[in-house]
Design a protein around this ligand. Sequence first.
Ligand SMILES: [Zn+2]
Length: 419
Amino acid sequence: MTRYRILPLAFLLVAASCAIAQSTNAPDITVSAKARAIQESAIVVDTHADTPQRFLDEGFDIGSTDPNDTGHISLDKAHRGNLGAEFFSIWVDPGTNEGHFAKHTFDLIDSVYEQAARHPDRMMMAFSVADVERAHKEHKLAALMGIEGGHSIENDMHLLRDYYRLGVRYMTLSWSNTNEWADSSGDINDPKVEHHNGLTDFGKQVVLEMNRLGMMVDISHVADKTFWDAIATTKAPVIASHSSARALVDAPRNMTDDMLRAVAKNGGVVQVNFFSGFDDQAYWDASRAQAKERDAAVAAFIAQKKAAGQTVTYVDTDRVEREWTSKLPRPPFHVLIDHIDHIAKVAGVDHVGLGSDFDGVGGATPQRMNSAADLPKITQALLDRGYSADDIKKVLGGNILRVFRQVEEVSREMQAQPH
Ligand SMILES: [Zn+2]
């Protein structure tokens, strides 16, 4: 989920009347038989998709085959891309859910289960590496869940454990908002926000309890100091479920080379985000240039909805966001591969994977990456850059499954200790 939304109605009217110039004449990427074979033999795991917002707000059915649907994820698209496992993001907008974060968290979790129940022949809930492997054998999409934003636990360890029991297998310590125990990269320079110099003592206890439970500690979105505190505290490998490289794009949410090396030393994995803004400096700069205007528009849009007695849903804002993002030129496909390649070079090929942020970026992905059906193009591009089949399979899912397995092991060891 990327905070990048809500526009003035005036802009919408302009956008709706303009031709959208983002198509390209460059030829599409042809996926060779060799790349296809690698893709088909791998367990492909993506660690971040915001589709649950669509399930809950829009009543979207993951079984949809609507050719006009611009969403990134459906069972059909997953099948075409040989996506084996998806971590669905449980993201509670802190702005619109003040006072009932847990309620909305439970509703989103429920929405994932309901989709799996609707399509038992093609999708199953998964809670472990063994479940992911079983789903792969049965040719079903393994549905896992990760919470995006530590505010969902409402400063309550009981809730954290309940989320684990319901199947949540990672949690980002913060989203774009600093919560009461973890600083976020999203507001770290905002003097109006009370910060903690990283993780508080309670925040460190949360990390250790996640280790004990077997819930992956996710450092995507956190402030730099929170990252280093998490690395110093955790007893298990960490993940960045959807983060790119700061050496290539200077966004505070991207990871520095020092961080990449620290994750490698920790045994963890960085899953590259497909959002154009995190993968392409020009796109990032262009979106930043509009930020002031956009922020002013946010207030106006919300005020207008409120005055009309309406609530602002994710689907409303996503629609608006797509109008906005479609005005900026999409970067070429290779920028996404550049981040995978950079992380593989700095941290090692054992420490990089895929964390698309599908359905969370308003359609703002690089050219040629329009849905989960396009995942085999990554395999082709890595082959073209000289990666071996074994290394490609690590990137596609092997690395995150290795980390997940280690997190399960650490959990078993910690639970065997008296506490
Ligand atoms: Zn996010």
